[in-house]
Design a binder for this molecule. Structure first.
Ligand SMILES: [Zn+2]
Length: 349
């Protein structure tokens, strides 16, 4: 009892206790602030990482759109940046996440169009078709959806359905002349009930009024009816189908018919199958003819590529429908001199 009374009375003890309390409080405050700072730094780093473009989760886009009111077009632009990088899956996930939250019909249609187009580019034809069918249910005059339906039917080789869609697009004032012509040739070529002879006959008749289908007809005849091709050689512009002629083997060429066509003569002299000409008006062929005259085993050859006259893109393989802009019969054959296969092979060894 005395002891306690003494402690209370000792002023020095009170001062010590006071400073001790001050020290403990300031220590605790300091420690807490360090803890807080560390925590917020960690949080900041986490957020920074999360919102780096490319690391955003699908829901983040919805969040940016709904919470931060980022314009709808900007969100779509962000999502489409993945398509340019070839990351179709990422764009698809974003469009799907957005679709869950969008209520307006116009915006929904826009996102569905983007989703369908991305599925198409990524090669998911079935899913792309489902999306465009969904659009056409509430917007049957949507040209983008109809055009993609046409392309999908073509890829699935359902040319009769493609023709129906082409007719719909024509009713919407879209010029479908070339598309319909292309589809018509494919319906003939893929008809299981027609013989090759009958197909050749129909295609040749069609070609008379439609010079655009020259290559399709020439290609078909060279595979299934070579005899008829050589008979009809004068109907074709040999230089425009030079690549088809160039890769024919010697035995497959009818030199009696070739003799009647000056362009074909130049091509086969340049190829080295004939030695009946000294010159060609075509620079590349002229060089090859000269080389053939002076060397028995030239390693020079022709290299072919195809330029679309509509979008100006160049492709290594000919396609009746440009894979880039989807125009029909717009690819033109270009050829240049190149080192032959034999020499290229030897230099690799
Ligand atoms: Zn093109």
């Amino acid at each position: 009892m005395d002891g306690i009374a003494l402690e209370y009375r000792d002023p020095l003890f009170g001062v010590i206790i006071f400073f001790l309390i001050v020290f403990i409080i300031s220590f605790l405050t300091y420690s807490f602030s360090i803890f807080q700072e560390r925590k917020s730094r960690k949080e900041y780093r986490r957020l920074h990482k999360r919102f780096e473009l490319g690391k955003l989760k699908e829901d983040d886009y919805v969040h940016l759109y709904k919470t931060y009111n980022l314009p709808f077009d900007s969100i779509l632009l962000l999502a489409s940046s993945f398509i340019h990088k070839g990351d179709y899956n990422k764009s698809i996930s974003i469009y799907l996440a957005l679709l869950e939250h969008i209520k307006e019909k116009v915006k929904k249609e826009e996102v569905l169009e983007l989703l369908g187009t991305t599925y198409f580019k990524g090669g998911f034809l079935q899913r792309s078709q489902e999306v465009f069918k969904r659009i056409l249910k509430f917007s049957p005059r949507n040209k983008k959806a109809l055009t993609h339906m046409l392309l999908i039917y073509e890829k699935l080789k359902d040319f009769n359905k493609a023709k129906e869609v082409a007719n719909c697009l024509e009713e919407l004032n879209k010029n479908m002349t070339s598309d319909k012509l292309y589809i018509q040739t494919q319906i003939i070529i893929n008809d299981p009930l027609l013989s090759f002879e009958k197909k050749s006959e129909i295609l040749c008749d069609l070609y008379e009024d439609n010079p655009e289908i020259q290559r399709t007809v020439a290609e078909f005849l060279l595979i299934y009816n070579k005899e008829l091709f050589w008979k009809k050689l004068s109907n074709f512009k040999s230089k425009e189908i030079i690549d088809l002629l160039w890769y024919l083997s010697f035995e497959d060429v009818d030199f009696n018919e070739v003799a009647k066509d000056n362009n074909a003569l130049e091509i086969f002299n340049a190829k080295g199958y004939l030695n009946t000409m000294d010159h060609s008006r075509d620079f590349n062929l002229d060089i090859l003819i000269l080389l053939n005259k002076h060397e028995h085993n030239t390693n020079a050859d022709l290299d072919f590529e195809y330029t679309c006259t509509s979008c100006k893109k160049t492709h290594p393989i000919y396609e009746a429908r440009c894979p880039h802009c989807h125009s029909v019969f717009t690819m033109k054959t270009n050829y240049t001199l190149t080192k032959g296969f034999n020499e290229a092979n030897q230099s690799l060894q």
